[in-house]
Write a protein that binds this ligand. Structure first.
Ligand code: ADP
Ligand code: GN1
Ligand code: MG
Length: 368
């Protein structure tokens, strides 16, 4: 019995290896709808694929987005090939439709796309061991290095001003003012927390504007579950979720990884006594990231690594709370008020990191 029979038709629009024998859903992403398609290709092990509908409320130009992904993965495959790597495992491979297109557009105007499934690897929801996090850092650092010479001006900006924290702050203020959901009265403390952080929002963007920090091709969504970790070696084997690959700052990638991975608890943990910043995990990530990226980063970037973790966490918290106030129109929810719980964990992490900023700087100093 196929679990999601209504999905089979769409999977069959792509060049798959044989008849479909199973369809599962993956629930951990907050943006796209993601299915795993298993096919019988006559071998002992099924051939599997990832089938997704692109969230076109968020990514309003799915064709431009797929053009980015196709070009970036082709570029990475050349580098992987030159280094004797496995081009089907170390980056995503787009599977074409029966008509040779990169997307299948259905009669409801949904955009479907397919990738090969990265086998024998795991997308972790939390850091089960510091070495995993250090290895993820190396892989994200390497990803950035591999794309160092990529012609950034050929990339479409898939979400404008994605990590422009001052812009995110203004959006948040607007969400508070509009209070579409009528929830603002129940989260006054949370709102006040974010509003009180206005002054630091421009720490990265102002330095990009002044030229102190360069724009690079970055991933922009470097949470731990956006990298596949090899089951045998625990190494980061493939960076996935390439929807937001576009010009950005290395600090966005560093900070966002810390936000998610250097926490003691899940992003939506409701018991805040279980949520705290873990300096050992910050250290593991910093060590891994700088071992790959330190020669490429300038001093201003290195100085700002701890601040970037605070800023990316603050920004994400504002986005979660803003979405709660807007009536949950952006991030996928699995239960009522999940965005509020997500916002609260981010607040707790921001406060912890602010209190430990000097220690974080000392850690960076050890590895820079
Ligand atoms: P979202 O933008 O919704 O986060 P992702 O592209 O990150 O979507 O996919 C959601 C999840 O599906 C990932 O966190 C990962 O667990 C899994 N996944 C995505 N692509 C692959 C792949 N090629 N191989 C194996 N698992 C994948
Ligand atoms: C979303 O797509 P996913 O689940 O990997 C979001 C990120 C947030 C993250 C918070 C395109 O990431 O920006 O940091 O949720 N992606 C987009 O968990 O908005
Ligand atoms: Mg993802």
């Amino acid at each position: 019995m196929i679990k999601y029979p209504d999905i089979q038709f769409f999977a069959e629009r792509f060049q798959i290896a044989g008849p479909i024998i199973g369809i599962d859903k993956i629930e951990n992403g907050h943006i796209n709808a993601t299915y795993v398609i298993a096919c019988d290709a006559g071998a002992e092990r099924p051939v599997r694929y990832i089938l997704q509908t692109i969230n076109t409320k968020i990514f309003t130009n799915p064709i431009a987005l797929m053009e980015n992904i196709k070009n970036v993965t082709d570029y990475l495959k050349n580098i992987i090939r030159e280094n004797g790597g496995d081009t089907n495992r170390e980056t995503l491979t787009c599977i074409e439709t029966l008509d040779g297109e990169i997307c299948y557009v259905d009669d409801q105007n949904r955009y479907w796309r397919m990738y090969n499934y990265i086998e024998d690897a795991t997308s972790y929801q939390s850091v089960e061991h510091p070495i995993l996090f250090e290895n993820a850092a190396k892989a994200f650092g390497k990803f950035q290095r591999q794309l160092d010479a990529y012609p950034a001006d050929t990339l479409h900006e898939t979400i404008a001003k994605f990590h422009d924290t001052p812009k995110r702050f203004r959006d948040f203020e607007e969400a508070v003012a509009n209070d579409v959901s009528g929830r603002a009265k129940d989260c006054a403390e949370e709102i006040a927390f974010f509003l009180a952080h206005k002054d630091i929002c421009g720490e990265i963007t102002s330095r990009i504007a002044s030229g102190e920090i360069p724009l690079r091709v970055t991933h922009n969504d470097t949470k731990l579950n956006n990298i596949m970790i090899d089951n045998a070696t625990d190494e980061g084997v493939c960076v996935i979720d390439l929807d937001t690959v576009m010009p950005g700052s290395a600090l966005y990638d560093f900070g966002d990884s810390i936000r998610f991975g250097a926490s003691s608890a899940a992003e939506d943990e409701q018991d805040l006594s279980r949520v705290y910043f873990v300096p050992e995990l910050f250290e593991a990530y910093t060590r891994g990231f700088l071992s790959e990226a330190k020669d490429a980063l300038n001093d201003v970037e290195k100085d700002l690594l701890p601040m970037s973790a605070i800023l990316m966490t603050l920004e994400c918290g504002m986005r979660f709370l803003g979405d709660h106030l807007n009536g949950d129109v952006y991030f996928s929810l699995h239960y009522e008020n999940q965005n509020l719980y997500r916002a609260r964990t981010q607040m707790k992490l921001v406060a912890d990191m602010e209190a430990q900023l000097a220690d974080m700087k000392a850690i960076v100093a050890k590895y820079r």
